[in-house]
Design a protein around this ligand. Structure first.
Ligand code: FAD
Length: 434
């Protein structure tokens, strides 16, 4: 049976960055990454791909180039944990045991949670930057007016801001191409705020006003009829919008009565069986998201089905030699690569401390995550926040950006389009300080 001192599940943002930093520490005897995919993607740039301002090819690199020298690549899928035996099962490579396990397989899409969406997705006028940003760009380009509906499911999703970023860029594109005056743009979300951090929400509400976007809060997407082009929503008080925008974007339980039914303007809305069907001429959404199946079905998850780690040390609550980071982890903050950037040093420090001194390190993850909200071609706001939803600009980035990142600025756009991809490929993925 194969054995590694440190075994990493997943060769995405979190897995590669962890391996690279662990290797730089030179504390461990053997490290392997289990990853089935041939390609590694820089997903944050897909927002720009969907708006026709970034090449999809530039977001992909062969996995073989990403696996850091010094780590073994086991090209396989994990199928089951056997945490009591310090071992995991794989599709084709048998069981593999470890001293320390880093769980970073990201999240999975579960279309069964919104019936009809899976069939409609990435076809015709239904698109998602999460699954096929090139198709999104086709849909945006070919839109001739009518109702443009931007929405998101009530499950946690990665990068909670992405469903609105593409809307702001699409609006800009349509405005420049004389389509805007012939269209109504709706943003429907199960949340009750546009963003969970106050200063950012203030800026975004001004953007929404400037762009005359029709905002629909408390709208839980429950099914999609791709053929008739209707998205069905539940507007009841029981909506639980776990992490729909950022952590505090959850429904506060306020009952929405009929008289407070919004003005849908020129949008056709059908009411049926207590649901509201919004008729659309194009639809962009994030897919309903869950932890990967082998995680969900294990004894390592919390009630909501996400990897149950301590939110500050990122150590598993039951198994002290298991750590969880990235999208799979049950952390009450936004699931982003930016969060991974702050999480990796915590677990690499903790693992090194456990190897050498048999105790955890003293570093603590405070929930830092960030969301680069592009608001026009050439403009961006950088939301950075912690577990409490406080605005927490990273001092290093602040020095680099020399601007108040809670306000729109062209320099932030340049940062997103050029600087961040550079930092990602050349520093983050190489385990260097960023
Ligand atoms: P991933 O990077 O998704 O990697 C998971 C890896 O695990 C994959 O390679 C997968 O093949 C592998 N895996 C899955 N199952 C198994 C298994 N059974 N066995 C072994 N391996 C497995 N973040 C930002 O910081 N800023 C942004 O602006 C931003 N915008 C985004 C826009 C979009 C449209 C999307 C989709 C994401 C965006 N993100 C953004 C989020 C960011 O990409 C993720 O949060 C980040 O990639 C999470 O890293 P991860 O390693 O947890 O997951």
């Amino acid at each position: 049976k194969k054995h590694y001192e440190i075994l990493i599940i997943g060769g995405g943002t979190a897995g590669i960055m962890s391996a690279a930093q662990l290797l730089r520490q030179k504390k461990s005897k053997s490290i392997a990454i289990i990853e089935p995919a041939d390609t590694h993607y820089y997903q944050p740039a897909w927002t720009l791909v969907g708006a026709g301002t970034y090449s999809f090819d530039k977001t992909a690199k062969p996995m073989a180039e990403m696996i850091p020298k010094g780590a073994d690549w086991i090209k396989d899928k994990v199928t089951e944990f056997e945490a009591d035996k310090n071992s995991i099962k794989t599709d084709n490579s048998g069981d593999i045991s470890y001293d320390y396990l880093v769980v970073a397989p990201g999240l999975a899409y579960d279309f069964s949670l919104v019936p009809g969406l899976g069939d409609a997705m990435d076809k015709g006028v239904v698109c998602s930057n999460y699954t096929n940003p090139k198709h999104t760009w086709d849909v945006v380009k070919n839109f001739k007016g009518g109702v443009a509906l931007f929405t998101q499911p009530a499950t946690p999703i990665k990068c909670g801001g992405a469903p609105q970023k593409i809307m702001y860029l699409a609006e800009d594109y349509w405005r420049k191409n004389n389509i805007r005056s012939k269209s109504e743009i709706l943003f429907a979300t199960a949340g009750t705020v546009i963003f969970g951090t106050k200063v950012i929400a203030d800026t975004l509400m001004k953007v929404v006003e400037r762009k005359d976007i029709n905002l629909r809060f408390n709208h839980k997407l429950v099914k999609v009829d791709g053929e008739k082009q209707i998205a069905w929503y539940d507007l009841t008080k029981d909506i639980k919008a776990g992490g729909c925008i950022v952590m505090s974007g959850e429904n506060d339980g306020k009952y929405i009565d009929e008289s407070f039914q919004y003005n849908y303007k020129d949008v056709k809305v059908t009411k049926k069986d207590g649901l509201y069907g919004i008729h659309f001429d194009m639809l962009h959404t994030a897919p309903p998201s869950v932890a990967p199946k082998f995680v969900r079905e294990s004894n390592l998850v919390n009630e909501a089905g996400w990897l149950d780690v301590d939110i500050h040390s990122l150590q598993h609550k039951k198994y002290p030699n298991i750590f969880g980071i990235g999208d799979v982890a049950a952390l009450p903050t936004a699931k982003t690569g930016a969060a991974v950037r702050k999480q990796v040093p915590i677990i690499t420090d903790n693992i090194a401390m456990l190897i050498n001194h048999k105790k955890l390190g003293s570093k603590s993850y405070k929930g830092y995550s960030s969301c680069p909200l592009v608001t026009d071609y050439g403009k961006m706001v950088l939301a950075e926040f912690d577990y409490e939803g406080n605005f927490t600009p990273d001092p290093k980035l602040k020095r680099m950006l020399i601007t108040d990142s809670s306000k729109e600025h062209w320099r932030l756009w340049m940062f997103k389009k050029f600087m961040l991809p550079y930092l990602y490929w050349n520093r983050m993925m190489k385990g260097k300080n960023v």
